[in-house]
Design a protein around this ligand. Structure first.
Ligand SMILES: NC(=O)c1ccc[n+]([C@@H]2O[C@H](COP(=O)([O-])OP(=O)(O)OC[C@H]3O[C@@H](n4cnc5c(N)ncnc54)[C@H](OP(=O)(O)O)[C@@H]3O)[C@@H](O)[C@H]2O)c1
Length: 476
């Protein structure tokens, strides 16, 4: 990237900016991805000046080149709901344009809790900030918006309407950083570039699919954000849907932005929705013990910290293949994996030699240690015939001697290049919200009785085990 730019991070002192965005920008700076001239402005409430904002990123300050990078950081104090801060921001932006002698591209990054989106968008419109300085002819602005995009289908549609009044689709980047992860992208290469997997990637060979998204930590300091959201909206509507799309999609017509987004949108649309009155049989909702005592959580909160569900994708490829998905906090491990469990054929020849209960499993590990594992059945060494499962494995780090780009680094590079392939299109989001909203409606109907408590460091309520075990299967 050679052209100068300015990125305004609304929520510049938030968790996302502190732990992901600024570290990713700093890393891109160190890898010479950024132009000579760029400006990053943090916009938040607290009373900081530029130097205090630079000092805010203490953990980075010891690293080489921090001083050079931090000279590009600026701060704008302001309340999202008051015009004053935006007016001052305009003056800053005009000064940067003047310094550069040109209208430089403005990236507005909404790194804020979703309840702030509306106010910020209104002010971007009313103050004409959204127009950029090259007003009228060509909009030199881009809008980056984080998940969760809305609270349900209705609010997502209304947010989208608002966005489309202010920005054109090509200016809007709806972030789901899971799409920036190497393994999630690699799933396409793995499936469609290797001739050996595509023929077995269907109901004739696959018994079922499992997805686990587990975090050891609880909600920590994020009670205010999480309690109004819950795990299904926080990771289900976005990250899990992207993983499901990666497994379930048909081959895109070409490896281009629209064809890839079409393929993702089509498979999400093909998921058979769990209707509200089916929820109690197909969805499990859990909350960890003592969640209600967490900071900034309501004492009668019914917010779920765990969800598990079973569903089907209604395409000729996956008809009748169950997908089991679970996501939770305070689980025994930090792990995000997709497991494709293949039909067991060992018994045809080896029944009396003791076939393992589960045979071939292809595990795509999104984190930690991004990689792919194939479980195969092998003969144990020795004079007798006995069988055991072993893993063939590929990890990014071992094979390529690098972990690749961090997801937010990839996301930012694509934003700078105007490449929307790894960003959600509004119909993808509408389809996934449709699925999630029906579950939320079912929970509303069920009320408190549907919420099951579970002990920290367990795999959720016992009902989550029952969900899969009643089909004669088990979580891996
Ligand atoms: N945290 C993550 O790792 C992560 C990962 C993926 C996506 N996200 C998404 O990113 C977004 C931001 O999350 P977060 O965890 O960074 O939130 P957060 O830690 O709660 O940060 C909120 C930020 O917004 C500012 N703010 C809040 N109300 C304001 C107001 N009225 N006026 C001006 N500033 C205000 C805060 O400023 P003060 O400090 O001045 O109060 C702070 O900078 C969310 O949509 C979240 O889902 C987060």
């Amino acid at each position: 990237m050679n052209s100068p730019f300015v990125m305004i991070i609304f929520g510049g002192t938030g968790d996302l900016a502190q732990n992901k965005l600024i570290p990713a920008l700093f890393s891109l700076f160190n890898q010479n991805f950024l132009p000579k001239d760029f400006f990053i402005i943090g916009f938040s409430r607290r009373d900081y000046n530029d130097d205090e904002f630079r000092d805010f990123f203490k953990e980075l300050s010891e690293k080489p080149n921090w001083r050079e990078f931090s000279n590009h950081l600026y701060y704008q104090k302001g309340d999202f709901t008051k015009e004053e801060g935006y007016k001052e921001l305009i003056e800053k932006l005009n000064a940067f344009d003047k310094k550069m002698g040109a209208c430089i591209t403005r990236f507005f990054y909404l790194a804020t809790p979703p309840e702030n989106y509306e106010a910020i968008l209104d002010y971007l419109q009313s103050t004409e900030l959204a127009e950029g300085c090259g007003q009228g002819s060509n909009k030199w602005t881009r809008l980056i918006i984080e998940k969760p995009f809305g609270k349900d289908l209705e609010t997502a549609i209304s947010l989208d309407k608002k966005l489309s009044k202010i920005f054109e689709e090509k200016q809007i980047f709806r972030v789901d950083h899971y799409l920036g992860k190497e393994t999630v992208q690699n799933m396409l290469a793995f499936r469609f570039a290797n001739g050996i997997f595509e023929p077995v990637w269907n109901k004739n060979f696959i018994d079922h699919v499992q997805i686990t998204f587990s975090e050891k930590k609880g909600i920590e300091e994020r009670g205010q954000f999480f309690d109004g959201v819950g795990i299904l909206r926080d990771v289900g509507q976005n990250h899990l849907m992207q993983l499901i799309a990666g497994v379930g999609m048909e081959m895109p017509r070409s490896f281009t932005k629209e064809d890839l987004r079409d393929a993702r949108a089509n498979v999400i649309k093909a998921i058979r929705c769990i209707e509200p009155d089916e929820v109690s049989g197909l969805v499990v909702r859990g909350q960890y013990e003592d969640y209600k005592d967490e900071k900034n959580v309501s004492s009668d909160s019914q917010t779920e910290t765990f969800a598990a569900f079973k569903f089907f994708i209604e395409t000729p490829r996956f008809e009748g293949v169950p997908f089991y998905v679970r996501a939770g906090k305070k689980m025994p491990k930090d792990e995000v994996t997709i497991s494709i469990v293949f039909l067991q054929t060992c018994h045809i020849l080896f029944k009396e030699y003791g076939c393992p209960e589960i045979g071939n499993v292809l595990t795509i590990r999104i984190q930690p240690d991004e990689g792919i594992y194939l479980r195969v059945i092998a003969k144990k060494p020795g004079s007798k015939l006995a069988l055991e499962t072993v893993n063939m494995l590929f990890t990014y780090e071992e094979s390529f001697k690098t972990k690749g780009l961090e997801a937010y680094e990839k996301i930012l590079i694509d934003i700078f290049n105007g490449d929307q392939m790894l960003f959600n299109r509004s119909d993808e989001l509408a389809n996934s919200w449709d699925f999630i909203t029906k579950i939320l409606k079912g929970w509303e109907k069920e009320g408190e009785k549907g919420l099951k408590t579970y002990k920290p460091e367990t795999w959720g309520p016992k009902e989550a085990q029952e969900l899969i075990e009643r089909d004669g299967r088990k979580w891996l």
